[in-house]
Design a protein around this ligand. Structure first.
Ligand code: HAM
Length: 440
């Protein structure tokens, strides 16, 4: 219990953000750009609950998240529940529940906030928002082609160019084949090795070497073999033991089409892409900023064939990605792609005298009915100069001066606070002139 005189901190919970109006403006802008791109491909929005049964994540979300990062608790009815650390299991549950009636391909997107007990740092928080885009019911690489193109189009829509990011792509079965047949590892050891490879860039070379030796104590060439695998090109795959060559052909076809779409230079085949989730079964990919300022991936995704089968007998193959708002913002800031978002299309009307309140409200109403956003300053005791300063501080570009004289003459003055110019607005032409001034 706090002492009565002791104040509570204004700082929020570690790893979370308060979204003040300026931050909200930015978040809404990010979501609006993303929404426009995904909707242009025909994706429909869905949402689900923040809390799910813990079993939903235990099944396939993976050790790293379920073992260390999940926010779980026992509810008042004694059930084990968790705050969602990712959206894909909820999505699979929802799709499985209606799998028979949903026409395919199912193309859905969502903007959930997700919770992971992480050590907060650059690109990592405990609560983040994530655009999830997923397609179900297309078993071939055609789905990956669309998903990858869409993922790139989102960054292009923010003004990015092809030098600013790279998509690293691999296939889960390539790694599985190499582990089981090339390194003779059983699934448990393979899983262990994939975790080591996943964190390879975050640990020291000595730590990495000793981890590999621990998992493969009887293979003196293990490090060399793994290195050859990790740096293999698509054509090198035929020299890597354990790889099913039909996978190489599938990857080559996907790259042929990516080339045709102008994305060949952006997407790279990279067998070192692991992805920490247990549900991926096919293509996996991550998108990275080419700037060394941002090391964390912008997107992560892939194909999962057996997530819906956790809930029903009907297996339905899904493929998709998650794009985080924290890493996206870092990317846009690094490349100077964040626009200045202000209140430029909102009209501010000062109230210069209390007796004018009725007129001001009527003018404001007329603007609003015509789709023009409008805010009134409701403090007539403040001098005009003070109200202008306040309007500037609140970020308005325009104020509409409607004093007693202006109201009597039915001509208002629209003042641009940035360049200090002024335009007269006769009441009967006000809307027309304003729209031109604001929106052209
Ligand atoms: P994920 O790789 O865990 O994938 O997350 C996707 C993206 O979310 C990451 O690339 C990163 O941008 C962002 N992200 C993840 N964790 C954090 C965090 N703690 N703080 C800030 N940003 C974060 C998934 O979650 C999969 N369920 C995505 C998916 C959808 N796969 C198929 N469909």
């Amino acid at each position: 219990m706090k002492e009565k005189s002791e104040k509570l901190p204004t700082l929020g919970y570690k790893g979370t953000r308060d979204f003040y109006p300026d931050d909200m403006r930015l978040r809404n802008y990010l979501f609006a750009v993303m929404r426009k791109v995904v909707e242009s491909y025909g994706y429909e929005e869905y949402d689900g609950p923040m809390i799910e049964s813990l079993d939903l994540y235990r099944a396939k979300t993976g050790e790293e998240i379920v073992g260390k990062q999940i926010y779980d608790f026992i509810d008042k009815g004694g059930r084990e529940v968790a705050i969602r650390p990712e959206m894909t299991p909820t999505l699979a549950r929802m799709v499985a529940a209606k799998a028979r009636e949903l026409p395919r391909p199912i193309r859905w997107f969502s903007f959930p906030n997700l919770w992971r007990y992480e050590q907060p740092g650059h690109g990592r928080l405990r609560e983040h928002w994530q655009l999830n885009v997923d397609m179900f019911g297309v078993d071939g690489f055609e789905a990956e082609l669309e998903i990858l193109k869409l993922a790139c189009d989102i960054l292009f829509a923010f003004g990015a160019d092809k030098t600013m990011f790279r998509v690293r792509l691999s296939h889960r079965k390539i790694m599985d084949g190499f582990f089981t047949k090339g390194l003779n590892l059983d699934p448990a050891k393979g899983q262990e090795l994939s975790k080591v490879l996943d964190k390879k860039n975050k640990i020291t070379a000595d730590e990495y070497n000793s981890d590999v030796k621990r998992i493969l104590p009887d293979d003196p060439q293990a490090l060399e073999k793994i290195e050859r695998f990790l740096t293999a090109s698509i054509n090198d795959l035929e020299y890597i033991p354990g790889i099913d060559l039909s996978l190489r052909d599938e990857i080559s076809i996907l790259f042929k089409y990516l080339d045709q779409l102008g994305l060949g230079e952006v997407v790279e085949f990279d067998p070192s892409v692991v992805r920490g989730f247990d549900y991926y079964t096919g293509f996996v990919f991550e998108i990275f900023d080419t700037s060394p300022a941002n090391k964390r991936s912008l997107y992560g995704g892939g194909r999962y064939d057996n997530l819906t089968s956790l809930f029903s007998n009907e297996a339905l193959s899904g493929t998709g990605f998650g794009l985080g708002d924290v890493t996206l913002k870092n990317f846009l800031e690094t490349h100077n792609l964040l626009p200045k978002l202000g209140r430029e299309d909102v009209i501010c009307i000062p109230l210069l005298d209390e007796s004018l309140l009725g007129d001001i409200c009527a003018i404001a109403d007329e603007l609003r009915k015509n789709g023009i956003q409008c805010e009134t300053l409701l403090n007539p005791s403040q001098k005009f100069g003070k109200q202008i300063t306040l309007a500037e501080k609140k970020g308005f570009k325009y104020i509409l001066i409607c004093g007693a004289d202006e109201i009597a003459k039915s001509i208002y003055a629209l003042k641009n606070l940035q360049d200090r110019t002024q335009v007269d607005l006769p009441r009967d032409q006000m809307i027309e002139i304003l729209k031109k001034e604001l929106f052209t």
